[in-house]
Design a binder for this molecule. Structure first.
Ligand SMILES: [Ca+2]
Ligand SMILES: [Ca+2]
Length: 194
């Protein structure tokens, strides 16, 4: 093999390597019915080379991003507009009020993370009579919100207590990073999502 041949071979190998993109797929779903009345963003935060990519899920709820490998990422989602953004009353009823009261009185303690998140309507990290009073006032129409702008949470389906999926040193496709929606104040989960 001549030097020319060797150089051509090396060049071809370089091109082949260059074309084979050094990325892995980050993807998942959020419930498509939720998107009917909500503008939702997926945030892919590259922690290694600080950068934030904002994605919009398609009509089926799917989001996809080809991420450069070798970095750490956080993948989270939030409501940024639409009817769901100020959707406080949806799903909050006297039954939720009773369930929150039973939890506070230790008659029937919540074990599901979804319920624990939903019941803490003032977002202070604990479920107390203040949450109960706020839920009651909302039901009676005395207040229109819980004193902040978070009506729905979108959380990793594998662990709703986490705010984001964490991917350390991404080397292969990370698919199935699905999200669930949790409506604040709706402990029994009957808020309408479409
Ligand atoms: Ca609370
Ligand atoms: Ca409810």
């Amino acid at each position: 093999m001549t030097i020319k041949h060797i150089l051509i071979t090396i060049t071809l190998m370089s091109i082949t390597f260059g074309l084979r993109s050094q990325t892995s797929l980050i993807s998942g779903h959020i419930p498509s019915a939720f998107l009917v009345n909500a503008e939702v963003e997926i945030q892919v935060i590259n922690l290694t080379q600080p950068d934030t990519i904002i994605l919009t899920p398609d009509a089926s709820g799917l989001y996809e991003y080809n991420a450069p490998v070798g970095n750490d990422y956080k993948v989270s989602s939030s409501v940024v507009g639409g009817k769901r953004y100020s959707d406080f009353v949806n799903g909050v009823s006297t039954l939720d009020q009773v369930l929150i009261m039973r939890h506070i009185l230790a008659v029937d303690i919540f074990t599901s993370p979804n319920k624990l998140i939903a019941a803490d309507v003032n977002l202070d990290g604990k479920i107390t009579s203040i949450d109960l009073v706020l839920a009651r006032r909302l039901i009676l129409g005395i207040i229109q919100d819980f004193g902040h702008s978070n009506s729905w949470f979108i959380r990793p389906i594998t662990d709703p207590t986490l705010e984001a999926y964490e991917l350390i040193n991404l080397q292969s496709d990370a698919t199935g990073l699905d999200f669930i929606t949790i409506k604040l104040g709706d402990v029994n989960g009957n808020a309408v999502i479409d």
